[in-house]
Design a protein around this ligand. Structure first.
Ligand SMILES: C[S@@+](CC[C@H](N)C(=O)[O-])C[C@H]1O[C@@H](n2cnc3c(N)ncnc32)[C@H](O)[C@@H]1O
Ligand code: SF4
Ligand code: SF4
Length: 301
């Protein structure tokens, strides 16, 4: 993140909090639900297998910007599978920059070569050591580490979804983070129990233990891109939901917070750290605001 973007975003946030405008700041555009993997914890892959049209995605980016979104994520399905009219995800990142978004991130499973130096962050999913990652995602651990190390910029953050299968892997993922070239940090989420994946949920005690493990990484100075002040709210699912400052758009439809808002009862069991962090920040939780400033400042380049 650049210092100028950070300052602009901070002013934007202060205005939002003071005037309680409830405008979104963080938006996600879904490029496709097509995916080359079928991970055990995922319920959003290969429902239609469509790659969404380029013009539609262009329109959605502009719509989000006009609504106030300044932090943009591209997500899927698998984002690096998306293509239309000769365009790929890298072209969308460049276009988003021209529209005026301040921070532009991509979420990927890392199985394709990574060459998007224009993106602020590439969130590359890593769910454990070789054995655990492959158990959840198929035999792709070696290829994703290879792709990370050959990326054209050091803008990668490992992104771990912690569930019953990999709950003891937090320390190991921290170790891989510091030992992999081009990786700046690691960020965690807890499993969100979409229908069919409820068996992978963590109990309150298990989430508490995971947060202790994440704090231990922080103590060891492993760069962790999460806010520890939000942990108690995540453990007990006591943060306000949905997060009004987050939006997702897929196939022209805009969802407040996430597509998951349509699954009844899911918000009360939400494991997404961003939803908790942004909801708490914009409800004026000063400890979380201070924590955000401290954490984000570390990532300014
Ligand atoms: C849906 S994937 C799309 C992007 C890309 N295919 C990938 O795997 O990174 C985005 C992120 O959501 C995570 N995820 C999938 N299902 C989840 C669930 N039920 N709870 C929490 N995170 C989940 C994935 O592990 C991944 O990090
Ligand atoms: S790679 Fe991503 S979209 Fe594909 S199945 Fe796994 S988590 Fe879901
Ligand atoms: S489960 Fe609810 S609170 Fe969590 S990300 Fe989805 S919509 Fe937001």
């Amino acid at each position: 993140m650049k210092l100028s973007s950070f300052i602009t975003l901070s002013f934007y946030g202060i205005k939002e909090i003071l005037f309680k405008k409830h405008k979104p700041i963080l938006g996600t555009v879904i490029l496709t639900d097509k995916c080359n993997l079928h991970c055990k914890h995922c319920a959003v892959n290969n429902i239609t297998g469509e790659l969404y049209p380029y013009e539609q995605l262009q329109k959605e980016m502009k719509q989000l910007y006009e609504r106030g979104v300044r932090i943009l994520f591209f997500c899927g399905g698998e984002t690096f599978l998306w293509e239309d009219k000769g365009k790929k995800v890298r072209d969308l990142v460049k276009e988003a920059r021209q529209i005026g978004f301040l921070i532009i991130n991509i979420v990927t499973n890392g199985t394709f070569p990574i060459d998007v130096p224009e993106a602020d962050l590439i969130l590359l999913s890593l769910d454990g050591d070789r054995e655990h990652h492959n158990e959840i995602r198929g035999d792709v651990f070696d290829v994703i580490i290879e792709n990370a190390e050959h990326a054209t910029k050091d803008n990668i953050i490992f992104y771990m979804a912690v569930n019953q299968l990999n709950k003891n892997m937090i320390g190991k993922v921290g170790e891989i983070t510091v030992n992999t070239k081009n990786v700046r940090a690691v960020s965690f989420n807890f499993h969100t129990p979409y229908p069919g994946t409820e068996g992978l949920s963590l109990s309150v005690d298990e989430k508490e233990k995971c947060c202790e493990d994440i704090k231990e990484l922080m103590k060891q100075k492993v760069p962790v891109f999460n806010l520890r002040s939000a942990f108690p709210y995540l453990i007990h699912n006591s943060f306000p939901t949905p997060c009004e400052q987050c939006v997702v758009v897929e196939k022209g439809k805009i969802f407040c917070c996430g597509r998951c808002i349509e699954v009844q009862g899911l918000c009360e069991r939400c494991g997404y750290f961003f939803a908790a962090e942004y909801a708490l920040i914009f409800r004026c939780h000063f400890r979380v605001i201070f924590d955000m400033l401290r954490t984000y400042l570390k990532f300014i380049r």
